[in-house]
Design a protein around this ligand. Structure first.
Ligand code: NAP
Length: 212
């Protein structure tokens, strides 16, 4: 597959790029600067682009089989740029005639029980509320896009650089928690789950929680 990866310079994005390349996909990696450090592969091309610009996304997406995203707001940026990017990306895909999108979402929008999202729980850290809420608003942009085959792949509550074990579990719409009650996944294993979903499309028009 030829994949346009938005957010390729980010912590999760670089690992998704590596996983895609290991599996033989060709990757066009987008960052605002056009630089993506640490990836040296003949099937990887780093390009500059702005994910808030729908026409720009359309130009970049043209000729690709799928668009993947590990976009996130920069530290000094209003998290509301996330739904703005989601809308621009959907519009850009439509303009380019690409119909497959896999998006890195947030754990806050996953269910901890039938009636409660993680973000609604008493213990949810206040500091993460703005970005978690913006990630949920991004999900709304996809829910209105039935014509795009989108998947919203959301990590466990805690995700960090770690080991590529090849082990993970998924749950549609739900936070994945291990037998000790911990919700955790390494960025490397999350990238495996993300690329599996890109290849297999088991959770089209749905949220997929990933953890151990
Ligand atoms: N437990 C959880 O739910 C959880 C935990 C961690 C992360 N996440 C989510 O996962 C996503 C990725 O996280 P991360 O830690 O990998 O983020 P990160 O390291 O901050 O990377 C963000 C990426 O987005 C790119 N970007 C930002 N604005 C852009 C724009 N306007 N146009 C093009 N590219 C743009 C950045 O590129 P440049 O700055 O190089 O241009 C960078 O590649 C985020 O949405 C985050 O909320 C969820």
């Amino acid at each position: 597959m030829k994949v346009l990866l938005l957010g390729a310079s980010g912590r999760i994005g670089r690992r998704i790029a590596t996983e895609l390349l290991e599996r033989g996909h060709a990757v066009t990696g987008v960052s605002r600067s056009g630089e993506v450090d640490g990836i040296d592969d003949p099937d990887f091309e780093a390009v500059a682009g702005d994910a808030t610009d729908a026409d720009g996304v359309a130009d970049l997406a043209a000729g690709h089989d799928a668009v993947a995203s590990a976009l996130g707001p920069s530290k000094d940026e209003d998290p509301d740029v996330l739904p703005e990017m989601a809308e621009a990306v959907v519009e850009g895909l439509r303009e380019a005639g690409v119909d497959r999108l896999v998006w890195t979402g947030g754990a806050g929008g996953l269910h901890v029980d039938e009636d409660t999202l993680l973000i609604e729980t008493d213990d949810f850290p206040e500091a993460f509320e703005p970005v978690a809420s913006a990630a949920l608003d991004a999900l709304e942009a996809f829910r209105e896009a039935e014509d795009v085959r989108w998947s919203y792949v959301a990590p466990a509550a805690m995700i960090e650089p770690g080991e590529r074990t090849g082990e993970y579990r998924t749950a549609e719409g739900e936070l994945v928690v291990d037998e000790d009650g911990e919700s955790y996944v390494s960025m490397e294993d999350f990238a495996i789950a993300f690329v599996d979903e890109l290849e297999d499309g088991e959770a089209i028009h749905s949220r997929l929680g990933v953890g151990y």
